[in-house]
Design a protein around this ligand. Sequence first.
Ligand code: PAF
Length: 298
Amino acid sequence: MATSKAPGTVVEPRVVTRRDQLEEALGDVAGRHGPTSRTAFVPTMGALHAGHGALLDEARRYGEPVVVSIFVNPTQFGPAEDLSRYPRTLAADLELCGRHGVDLVFAPDVDVVYPDGPPQVGVDPGPGGQILEGVSRPGHFYGVLTVVAKLFELIRPGVAVFGEKDYQQLVLVRRMVGDLCMPVEVVGAPTVRENDGLALSSRNRYLAPDERRAAVVLSVALRAGVAAGPQGPDAVLAAAADVLAGEPMAALDYLALRDVDLGQAPATGRARLLVAAKVGGTRLIDNAAVTLGEAGAQ
Ligand code: PAF
C-alpha cells in the first residue's frame, strides 16, 4: 500500500483532455512518485461528491499517482435515460480532486474516447449483465464495461477503485478483469451515506424536497432487511418489502437477495440485498451486505 501523501494535502491536479497529453502526463506523474509507483485509478462521470472523495482517499491507500477520469459515457445510457441532463460540474469536480490530492485528471470529449464513433467491438457483460439493473437498463453494462476496458487500456493502472454503491457494476468489472486477464487489482469501497442513511449519488440532486424525504426509504428498507438476516432469506425480503410498501412515493423496480457475486442467494452466510426504485422521475439504487441465518446456523 502507498501512503506517501497525507490525506487532506491540497494538490492542483494536472488536467488533460487528449490521448497524447494523457500519455505524456502519465509518464510525468509516475516519474514524480518513483520507479516502483503503482497508478491508482478512479473512473467517474463527474458531478463528484463526498462519496467520490472517499474513493479517491481509498485509491491513494493502494497506489500513487492517483488518476481520475471524468467522462459522461454516452454508451451506457439508454435512449430514454438522462444523458443530456446528466450534471456536468467540471470546475467543482477539479476542486474536489485537488482537495483529495489527485495527481492527474483525464477529462476527454466523446470523440477522444470514441474516435471512430460508437464501438463495434465491446465487452459483453455476460449473464451477470442481464439481471437486476440489466433488466431495466438493457445495454447499460455493455457500455460500462467497454468504457472501463478502454480507460484501463489508456491509463494502465495497477489498481482501480469502484464504489459498492454500484454493486453490480463492481461485480461485473471484477469478472471482466478476471475473465480477460487484465493486469489490474479491483478494489471496492464502501458506500458513503447522508446522516439519514440515503446513499450519496450524483442523481440525488434531481430530487425535490418531498422526494428527498421519501428517498430515504431505500436505506431504511435495507437496514430492516439486514436486521432480519438471522431469520433467513424470506424474512430479509419480507422485512425490506414491508418498509418499501409504506412509502407511496417510491415506485419499486426490484428488491433482490443474492449471493455476494450476484448468483442465487444462499440459505445461510454472506449475501447482498439490492434495491432499485423510482422516486419522482429519479431512479435510485442501493444495496447492503447481509449475513443470513446466523441464528439458525449456531
Ligand atoms: O460509475 C460510474 O460513474 C460509471 O459507470 C463509470 C465506471 C465511470 C463508467 O462510465
